[in-house]
Ligand binder design. Structure first.
Ligand SMILES: [Cu+2]
Length: 474
């Protein structure tokens, strides 16, 4: 693809973004003509592990990555990939300080790798393409949980195959708790007032099968389906207690921006970013998440018994979840005004490294380089505090995700007034068209001169076409 064609697509993309139309053409999306199966909001099974959580007796989590079939529509079953079940996977409950062994059995007929997104762990346990799991084999991520309470997730990270493997259904949440989260008066009854939400969208063909065939326009602007999913269900119903409800929201899409809020425009509080609580709750009426970003929110439904509201996606005017406030509260919570204390790193006065997100000749690149497993792009020294500047040179959205640690946002487009709901620990940051961000980075724990971590755009179609690099920590 020539540069000029990219520029043309960039213009079209800008129009699409303004109108909320994702563009089509990559096959016939039959989703809107099929009849969704009415469901209650599925709550992924919780997996708490077996074992004491010590070095000699780690908590073991058994995950089987498999082919399956899932009920989305009345017209027939859909072939999927899944973890243990029929679409997506269980929620893993981890605890700071505990030793874990997360065992991934690959029963598929293709290679995968399984990445712990947001996990602060050694590079050789990261689950990138350096830890491929061949068909019919098993790999375990063994490490000591070493971070604050937050909501992370696991998903494939297979070189050039991540997008399609995620699309077919391989992903699940990881919830980390710690002494601090124990002490907070937050909704924490899983599935009752503490609700995981893996939000995605998909295209289906006339045979009710997942349709994954992005054309170049969709690769650029986002491969967006007209069927929106919450935990693998289409507009499911959640019967809520009339009290504070906590939603742990993951944008689990391949490449869709989501603007999330409630149908009646009510305010809610964001309490956590990707990797930790915010220091205090931030009042919002809508929330923008780029792919792979997480936000925990608390919405107060205590005065709403008998009412129905919807959790909406506003850019595409879709409904993720229909909420019926149908039950009186069986226990109450009161959202604290202070949630945590974050360590704020003072960045150096000059930029340490620059990353330019661009495209040429049909490839997506960082610093004009296509991802190459055999090339180490950056070397970062333990405990150095660095200022990274990432620039999106294109007319479409990107984001930037780094493995192994969290970072903090320092500026957007040169503006150092960071939105309050982004002023926390992040591992993925949205970079709108033609904008830049600065982040402060410190690698605090794990050195390895042979196995790198990765950084990349988390729009999976971009990542799979080269917008990724590798760094060594020493
Ligand atoms: Cu991108």
């Amino acid at each position: 693809m020539e540069r000029r064609e990219f520029l043309t697509l960039s213009g079209a993309a800008a129009v699409a973004l303004l109108t909320g139309c994702g563009g089509g053409g990559g096959g016939n999306d039959a989703g809107s003509t099929l009849t969704p199966i009415a469901k209650s909001l599925p709550i992924p099974p919780s997996l708490t592990g077996t074992g004491a959580g010590t070095a000699s007796d780690p908590k073991v989590y058994e995950l089987r990555v498999q082919s399956s079939s899932h009920d989305f529509f009345h017209e027939g079953k859909t072939a999927t990939y899944a973890v243990n079940g029929t679409f997506l996977g269980p929620t893993l409950f981890l605890r700071d300080g505990e030793d874990v062994s997360i065992k991934y059995e690959n029963t598929l007929s293709e290679t995968i790798s399984m990445h712990g997104h947001g996990m602060h762990l050694p590079a050789n346990m990261d689950g990138s393409a350096w830890q491929n799991i061949a068909a019919g084999t098993t790999w375990s991520a063994k490490y000591t949980v070493n971070q604050k309470a937050c909501t992370n997730w696991y998903h494939p990270h297979t070189l050039k195959q991540t997008s399609e493997q995620v699309y077919k259904g391989i992903a699940g949440m990881i919830i980390i708790e710690d002494a601090e989260s124990d002490a907070l008066d937050l909704p924490k009854r899983y599935g009752i007032d503490d609700i995981p939400l893996v939000l995605q969208d998909r295209k289906f063909d006339n045979a009710v099968q997942l349709l994954y065939s992005p054309n170049m326009h969709e690769v650029m602007t986002g491969y967006i389906g007209d069927t929106f999913l919450a935990n693998g269900a289409i507009e499911p119903t959640f019967d809520a207690e009339a009290k504070e409800i906590r939603f742990r929201i993951l944008n689990g899409s391949n490449s869709s921006m989501y603007k999330i809020g409630f149908s009646d425009g009510r305010a809610f509080k964001q309490i956590a970013t990707d990797n930790a609580f915010l220091e205090s709750p931030v009042s919002m009426t809508s929330l923008v998440l780029s792919p792979a970003e997480r936000a925990e929110i608390v919405v107060d439904l205590s005065g709403d018994i008998g009412k129905s509201i919807e959790l909406k996606e506003f850019l595409y005017n879709k409904t993720f979840v229909k909420i019926n406030v149908s039950k009186s509260a069986s226990a109450t919570t009161t959202l604290p005004s202070a949630l945590t204390t974050l360590t704020r790193l003072v960045p150096p006065s000059t930029v340490t490294r620059t990353f330019t997100l661009e495209a040429s000749d049909g490839n997506f690149t960082i610093n004009n380089k296509v991802m190459d497993l055999n090339r180490i792009d950056e070397t970062v020294y333990l405990d150095d505090i660095e200022l990274w500047e990432i620039t999106n040179t294109m007319g479409v959205n990107h984001n930037f995700h780094m493995h192994g640690t969290h970072f903090q946002l320092i500026s957007r487009n040169g503006n150092t007034s960071i939105p309050a709901n982004e002023d926390g620990y992040k591992d993925t940051v949205w970079i709108p068209a033609d904008e830049s961000v600065q982040i402060v980075v410190k690698m605090t724990d794990y050195t390895d001169i042979t196995v790198p971590y990765m950084y990349h755009c988390h729009f999976l179609e971009h990542e799979d076409r080269g917008m990724m690099g590798q760094f060594i920590v020493r």
